[in-house]
Design a binder for this molecule. Structure first.
Ligand SMILES: Nc1nc2c(c(=O)[nH]1)N[C@H]1C(S)=C(S)[C@@H](COP(=O)(O)O)O[C@H]1N2
Ligand SMILES: [Mo]
Length: 366
């Protein structure tokens, strides 16, 4: 609310400069990791160049002609596959909505030192590849396997710990998740920044599970202890809280901001009268969207829903609004079929994970 008001009290008399520097860490992270353009929420599928990006370290330089993914350590029938081998396997294409677990972090205070996401770290792509489960079965994991580790070809440091980016899934999770080994995005080969030549897609989970630049799969007889599994991607109430793992996406919705924006504040300007407001809503774990409400101030009404293009993709919503002159805060709030509803205020977390509060857009109607 404060934000919407600022622009009208300050503007056009808003000062031209302000003291203080941008946080260099946050600027660097924001420049490397772009967000999805909210106007592309009009479409079921996010155009490839407008899909958000999250890259922890450097994009590794992998040659698709020589790249192999190995099913090695811990398998009784280990093997390695080239990209040609993988492309010769059964081919499936699925629309999957993926959101970064840190999406919404910028609304939290105090905040962690991390990627300063507003609301835009989510997108839907048509991912093409082959199901992982039959390959795991072919490699014959040892009976004592409790975890499968998925290792990327990228490495670096986080809080002084050097590691390859890696994540794990238990045999039970793998059995229910419909995980894909993916080599195309929206009908063209994966771009380097999205994991070329091969990545995992874990439908319904936050993005960290969908390991890019996939190079090694291992079957472990003790729980995987990689940094990205045990040191981060955990919901924690305070710094010493062991917390619990971040897994599937919480219910959430976004709107295409109506009208035209103010460059600096992104406040919207529109003309009084009928306006159709639209957006997308999603939840994780295969849960469907049951309801989306559109709110103007404290008045809420139900939006019309359009069916999602797939079980793991977002649902479209739309509402006709007779916009009266004045300044308004527009909100959208989704409910999934398990009865989870988006909160009106941000759930706080040490690292800023899982903030699924309602999307708010300030508009000035004249
Ligand atoms: N190897 C590797 N895989 C990774 C990451 C990474 O930094 N390295 N980032 C993860 C995170 S946190 C997210 S949100 C998604 C983002 O995928 P995208 O950049 O294709 O949107 O990739 C995941 N897979
Ligand atoms: Mo992420």
């Amino acid at each position: 609310m404060g934000r919407a008001r600022d622009i009208f009290t300050d503007w056009p008399g808003k000062p031209q400069t302000q003291d203080g520097v941008y946080s260099e860490d946050e600027v660097r992270l924001a420049n490397r990791n772009s967000g999805t353009l909210l106007e592309t929420l009009r479409h079921d599928v996010t155009p490839t160049g407008a899909h958000y990006l999250l890259i922890h370290f450097d994009v590794p330089d992998l040659d698709p002609a020589t790249h192999r993914v190995t099913f090695g350590e811990g398998f009784d029938a280990p093997f390695a596959l080239s990209m040609d081998d993988i492309r010769a396997l059964p081919r499936v294409t699925r629309p999957v909505t993926m959101e970064c677990a840190g999406n919404g972090r910028a609304r939290l205070s105090p905040r962690s030192h991390s990627m300063p996401w507003g609301v835009e770290a989510v997108g839907t792509a048509l991912w093409t590849g082959t199901p992982l489960a039959p390959l795991i079965a072919r490699a014959r994991p040892r009976a004592e396997t409790v975890d499968f580790a998925f290792m990327g070809a990228d490495q670096g440091f986080d809080r002084g710990v050097e590691h390859d980016f890696g994540r794990s899934l238990t045999p039970a999770q793998l059995a229910e998740l419909d995980v894909l080994l993916v080599y195309e995005m929206n009908g063209t080969p994966l771009l380097p920044q999205h994991g070329a030549p091969l990545r995992l897609i874990v439908p319904g989970w936050y993005g960290m599970a969908s390991v890019k630049w996939l190079s090694r799969i291992e079957a472990l007889d003790t729980a995987y202890q990689g940094f990205q599994q045990v040191r981060t991607y955990r919901y924690r109430d305070h710094a010493d809280d062991p917390g619990h793992p971040v897994t599937d996406m919480r219910v959430k919705s976004l709107m295409v901001p109506p009208g035209v924006p103010d460059w600096g504040s992104r406040m919207r300007f529109l003309q009084a009268g009928k306006v159709t407001v639209q957006g997308r809503a999603w939840s994780g774990g295969g849960r469907a969207i049951a309801r989306v409400e559109f709110g103007v101030g404290d008045i809420w009404r139900d939006a019309r829903l359009t069916p999602p293009p797939g079980r793991h993709a977002w649902t479209g919503w739309e509402v006709d609004w007779e916009a009266p002159p004045g300044e308004h805060i527009l909100r959208c709030r989704a409910t999934d079929d398990a009865g989870h509803v988006q909160p009106l205020t941000a759930p706080w977390d040490v690292a800023g994970f899982g903030n699924n509060m309602v999307h708010e857009v300030g508009v000035f109607v004249s």
